[in-house]
Design a protein around this ligand. Structure first.
Ligand SMILES: NC(=O)C1=CN([C@@H]2O[C@H](COP(=O)(O)OP(=O)(O)OC[C@H]3O[C@@H](n4cnc5c(N)ncnc54)[C@H](OP(=O)(O)O)[C@@H]3O)[C@@H](O)[C@H]2O)C=CC1
Ligand SMILES: CC1=C(/C=C/C(C)=C/C=C/C(C)=C/C=O)C(C)(C)CCC1
Length: 312
């Protein structure tokens, strides 16, 4: 007899990775999942509903959930039978980029409230039931920036590092309850994420920032970042495919990276535990040898690194 479908709750399904994941799981050929695809603003549900097609109302339902609100989380769980979530996917997230001096503490707080505390809030809400039932899987959409800091992304990277530390710590205790944690670590992904950041920086004035730093950000970092997205960026479909595999796995991994093309950048950190190799190489590439950086980014796009999603 087939097992009962597992209830999967996903945050941040109005666009990007969350939307794509919800749709792929809802179309699982073996119908192993009952997907609760959530978003903070139900006014945006049209795209998801259109992509879900016939799965809507069958293997996929849409619900309101703002990860920054206790009430919203409680309300959402109260609509799920017995409040029982088998798989929680912490996907909702926001970016923040720019010279530190020009960013407000309120903007930084919002990044931590959403990316880190938002995930913690959801975990606290589903954990008692998972522990009682001695089963569960918590998937976290982290980032390569949870493993490695990137210039002008200090606060966003810090929020993802916080997630990595939190969930790695929690994973040890939860194994005792047969509950698994998986941190999925994409590199650049072509979603609304980048567009939202670019819109934010196009109007921001970054008050209090000196002209040199502003010019490094606008004239060196932004073009390099755009080039990186263009050359090694994955699609949300690629990332969703990896997450579907992780969710379907009998022994889910604690960490799963998604992009072989990004590996050379991560390797710089792994190769030198002192951290100097990564920091100095990034510095030189960005500030001293922008032409070499450009060439390097083009090489990463070349077919030598053909496998876009890793592992298959
Ligand atoms: N794109 C990239 O390059 C990468 C992204 N990631 C991570 O992937 C995840 C998904 O991002 P991605 O799909 O790319 O970007 P999108 O901007 O397309 O999706 C982000 C989602 O998070 C939602 N969200 C933001 N704040 C809240 C909140 N308070 N409560 C509920 N939902 C919220 C957004 O909703 P709304 O529409 O209402 O704003 C949106 O649905 C994020 O955690 C991001 O950090 C990781 C690595 C790379
Ligand atoms: C590492 C690195 C760079 C930028 C990396 C970027 C921009 C990564 C973006 C990752 C994202 C978007 C993750 C989302 O969670 C530069 C500046 C090219 C310089 C060389 C080293």
């Amino acid at each position: 007899m087939a097992d009962a479908p597992r209830t999967v709750l996903i945050s941040g399904c109005s666009s990007g990775i969350g939307l794509e994941l919800a749709v792929q799981l809802a179309h699982d050929p073996r119908q192993r999942y009952q997907v609760v695809a959530t978003m903070r603003d139900l006014g945006k549900k049209g795209t998801l509903e259109a992509a879900a097609g016939e799965a809507l109302g069958q293997t996929l339902t849409v619900a309101q959930l703002d990860v920054c609100s206790d009430e919203s989380v409680a309300q959402c769980l109260s609509c799920i039978q017995g409040g029982e979530v088998d798989v929680l996917v912490n996907n909702a997230g926001v970016g923040l980029v720019g010279p530190l001096e020009g960013l407000s503490l309120a903007a930084m707080q919002n990044v931590f409230d959403t990316n880190f505390l938002g995930a913690v809030r959801l975990v606290k809400a589903v954990l008692p039931s998972m522990k009682r039932r001695r089963q569960g899987h918590i998937v976290v959409v982290s980032s390569v920036m949870g493993l490695q800091g990137v210039v002008f992304n200090e606060v966003y990277a810090a929020s993802k590092f916080a997630m990595e530390g939190f969930f790695e710590s929690l994973a040890v205790q939860l194994l005792q309850f047969n509950i698994f944690i998986s941190l999925v670590e994409p590199g650049p992904v072509v979603t609304e994420f980048e567009g939202k950041l670019l819109e934010q920086v196009s109007t921001a004035e970054f008050p209090g920032t000196d002209p040199d730093t502003l010019s490094y950000f606008r004239d060196l970092y932004l073009p390099a970042s755009r080039e990186l997205f263009h050359n090694v960026g994955q699609s949300p479909q690629d990332i969703a495919k990896v997450i579907v595999k992780v969710i379907g796995s009998a022994r889910p991994p604690l960490r799963r990276r998604t992009n072989t093309r990004y590996t050379p950048l991560i390797a710089l950190k792994a190769m030198d535990p002192s951290g100097s190799l990564y920091v100095r190489t990034s510095h030189c590439l960005l500030f001293r040898w922008p032409r070499l950086l450009n060439l390097g980014l083009r090489c990463l796009a070349c077919s030598c690194f053909r496998t876009p999603v890793w592992p298959r």
